[in-house]
Structures are given as C-alpha cells and as structure tokens.
Design a protein around this ligand. Structure first.
Ligand code: GAP
Length: 454
C-alpha cells in the first residue's frame, strides 16, 4: 500500500489535505491526475446509469438540508452510530469491533465501557450558533432524492419502476478513519435509488447486484479481487431489510466498496410521517396507492478510485522490455525502440482501463535538442489537445519518458522522430503491449478515436 500512496503523491493523484500546515487528519485532495481519474470514474458511473438503463434520471441536491430530514431518516438516533471504547489513559477512541481484549491498542491503558457515538457532522447555519440554527452535513446523498420524490415524479412524468441517480459529497465523523482514502470523514458517493412496486423488490435487488458487479468487471477490476458478501441481519444498516456488500480485495484485506440495500418503504413512509405529505404512489391504471420500495446501490467514488488504482498497479521486476524480449525471437521486434529497454530494477505500470486513465495520449519528440522535431511535436500536440486529454513531454531520454507515462497509465505515446519530418507520420506506442505502429499525422485523430472510443 505504501508504494501506491507514494505514487499518488509523487505523480499528482492524491495529496494530504492542508499539508503545509502539517496535514488535516483523514482529509485528502485529489491532484491534477487524481481529479481527471475521479471524474472519469464518475462519468463511467453516470453513463452507466443514465445511458445504459431506461427510466433513470439525475439529481444534484444540496448538502445542507432541514434537520428534520435526519430525524425522519433515523440518522440522529441510535441507528447511525458506531460502538466505541475510550482509553482511560490517553483518551483515544476506537471502534469496539476493532479492539481485541480490554487494553488500549496505543498505550495499553484500560478501556472504558463501550458506548454509542453518532456519526452525523453538526454545523450551524446563519449568524447565531444555537440549537435553532443547527443542522448536519449530509451523511448519505440519497436523502436528497427521497425528499424530492414527489417533485421528480411530477416534473418528469415517471412511472414505477424508475430510478434517480446522484453523485455528491457525504460526511461522517468516523471514529477511526484510515487506510489512506478508504475511510475518510468527507467522501463522495455515487448512489442510485430505484423505486419499485413492493412485489418486485426482491427481483430488482437481485438485478442491481448483478449490474453493479458487471460495471466493476467491465472497467477492468480482476474477477478474483471482487466478491459479494451478504450482510447478516444484526449488522445491517437501520433502514435495510436486505443488504449486500460488494467487496474488493485491497492490500489491507477484503473491504466494502459499495452497499446494495433493499430499503423497503422505510424512507418514504418516514418522510411522509415527519413532513405530513402523502408520498404514496398512485397507480394510474389500478388506482392502488402504496409506498414504493427502494432498492439502492451506493458506491463510494473514493473507495472505487482506490480499488481501480490497486488493481491497475503492476510492478515489473527487471524491466518490461527485457522480459518480453526474452520471450520473443530476435527477428520479432514488434517495432520496439531500443530505448524502451529497461534500465531500472522495477518498472511500474498502471494498467488502468482506457475510460479511467487520466491521460490518454502523450506526445514526445524523439530528442529535444533538434528544434525541427520539437516544433513538429508541438504541432501534433496542439492538433490532438482539443480531442483527448493529452500531455507533451520532452524531458529525459525517450525510454525514460515512456516509463514515466506507463507509471501514470498513459494509454498511447506518440513519438515524433526523424522519419516524421520526411513522411509526415508518427509512431503510436501501446502502453500495455509496447507495440508500435506508424500512422500518418492526417489520420492520427481518427486512429486514436477508434482505439479510445471502442
Ligand atoms: N445510502 C447508503 C449508504 O450510504 P453505506 O454502506 O453507509 O450506505 C455506501 O455507504 C458507500 O459509501 C460505501 O460502500 C463506501 O464506498 C462509501 N463510504 C461510506 N463511508 C465512507 C467513508 N467514511 N469514507 C469513504 N467512503 C465511504
């Protein structure tokens, strides 16, 4: 894990929040490459929901809501609390289920009796800090969907079954944040709420778990690193009739990256009760009035980011070029340049799926001390830039630049060499196979689009 954390900082994926002030516990900032990659994950999820399924619409609700929402949802009561124990000596707090025995894991002091600790983050709106002005940062994004159920239904003329998708920040005052961005106090969720007739709840609960599993696999997560775990009744969230965790095998163990819940009529019936608004659905044909059941798929953008990163992170001992060259007869060079031969003991390759890789294309002049090559390479870069997330790199040997690109998952490296000046063509190097092909500059956009979009 430490190698992935170090890559994240070194190459601009993730930084510790407020680092110049010594850091701010459990908060992280996504750097230039991390922002691109996280946006790609969110876009892949959004497209999956909105384009690949019927009857799903989007929402972007406010983070701050009436505190009554959280009374109705059950988050202010014991339902949304972790059991914690506190050390009598150092006063550190730990989740009860993470402590073995009666001694503090930090200082071996005695522990107090276990008690409940609510995870909602309180804040105050307006100039006066009193209870009347108190509210909470949302602890799950889906409540914004439930309180807009009527608005969405009426404005979009939807019929059951239908879904509402939303991506946004959520906040929890976690007792033991940790494992890098796995458990933080501020994080982003990608949630689908699927409203259906109660008799169909089981069917859609099964349907959505399969769909969600497929999404991760299609984006390159290895099958052996993904599993579904049924959550036993006593561990289920307070709102769930049935619950499954989609788990990824992180370097620190199998952990949840997405929760799939059958929330029954918990949310709509409670919001009806607390708001006084009848949120039952009326079937136009049968005139039957009922609370739709809700099947929820709730994924973490940060946790899936970490899972995609861990899954893609590959170390090649002794260097990639050397290894492949050993397996091939000398006549079969696959157009590899001599300069891709490894000079390092270990090379890093980030084998991210093409839709998730932060930089799609790098443009490289073969050498930087030939002004005509640099000029041509800059022209190629300007040509590609409006079409692809692209970078220009001229520093260091070409082999070193290929490896720098591999380390951040650049899919294609375009090299401008001396032949380019004669024939107006360039080489395209594939990140995963290192195979190179020559392509006319006039066809470059089309060829790259074909590779990246299909
Ligand atoms: N609306 C249902 C809900 O929020 P959850 O299982 O509590 O369900 C769903 O959370 C997902 O949100 C998790 O699977 C995880 O990916 C993400 N998540 C929850 N707490 C998190 C935290 N403290 N840090 C990072 N991600 C978190």
């Amino acid at each position: 894990m430490s190698k992935i954390i170090s890559l994240c900082k070194r190459r601009g994926f993730i930084f510790q929040s407020s680092e110049i002030y010594g850091g701010f516990g459990s908060c992280y900032d996504f750097g230039p490459l991390g922002t691109e990659m996280k946006n790609n994950i969110k876009k892949a999820w959004w497209d999956e929901m909105i384009k690949n399924h019927e009857n799903i619409v989007g929402l972007d609700a406010a983070i701050l809501m009436s505190p009554k929402v959280w009374q109705a949802s059950g988050h202010l009561t014991a339902g949304f609390a972790d059991e914690l124990v506190e050390c009598k000596s150092c006063h550190k707090r730990f989740r009860t289920d993470e402590v073995k025995g009666q001694k503090c894991p930090e200082c071996s002091g005695s522990l107090m009796a276990s008690r409940k600790f609510n995870l909602m983050m309180k804040t105050f709106v307006g100039p006066v800090e009193n209870e009347a002005a108190a509210t909470y940062l949302r602890a799950e994004t889906c409540q914004g969907i439930y309180v807009n159920f009527e608005n969405i239904l009426n404005s979009m003329r939807l019929k059951i079954p239908f879904g509402v998708a939303q991506i946004g920040k959520a906040f929890r005052n976690e007792i033991t944040p940790g494992d890098f961005i796995f458990r933080t106090r501020e994080f982003e969720q990608m949630e689908l709420q699927w409203f259906c007739h109660p008799k169909d709840a089981k069917k859609y609960f099964n349907f959505w778990q399969k769909e969600r599993l497929k999404w991760y696999l299609n984006l390159g997560i290895k099958k052996e690193n993904l599993r579904i775990k049924e959550v036993p009744e006593k561990e289920r969230p307070h709102y769930a009739r049935e619950a499954l965790d989609l788990e990824y095998k992180f370097p620190f163990g199998w952990k949840e990256i997405e929760g799939i819940h059958n929330r029954g009529e918990w949310d709509l019936s409670n919001h009806s009760k607390y708001s006084g608004r009848d949120l039952r659905y009326v079937d136009e044909e049968t005139k039957a009035k009922y609370f739709p059941n809700i099947i929820e798929t709730s994924g973490g953008a940060d946790r899936s980011f970490l899972a995609f990163l861990c899954d893609a992170y590959t170390e090649v001992k002794g260097g990639r070029a050397k290894k492949i060259n050993l397996l091939l007869p000398p006549s079969l060079s696959l157009g590899r340049t001599k300069t891709t031969k490894a000079t390092k003991e270990i090379e890093i390759l980030l084998k991210l799926h093409k839709d998730l890789a932060p930089i799609k294309v790098a443009v490289l002049p073969l050498v930087r001390n030939k002004p005509e090559l640099v000029k041509k390479a800059r022209e190629v870069y300007q040509l590609l830039k409006p079409h692809f997330i692209c970078q220009y790199d001229e520093l260091g040997s070409i082999g070193r630049r290929y490896r720098r690109g591999d380390e951040i998952g650049v899919l294609y490296a375009i090299t401008v060499d001396f032949e380019t000046l004669k024939n107006d063509d360039v080489t395209i190097r594939n990140r995963d196979t290192m195979a190179q092909e020559r392509v006319k500059i006039e066809n470059l956009i089309e060829v790259l689009k074909e590779k990246l979009e299909n």
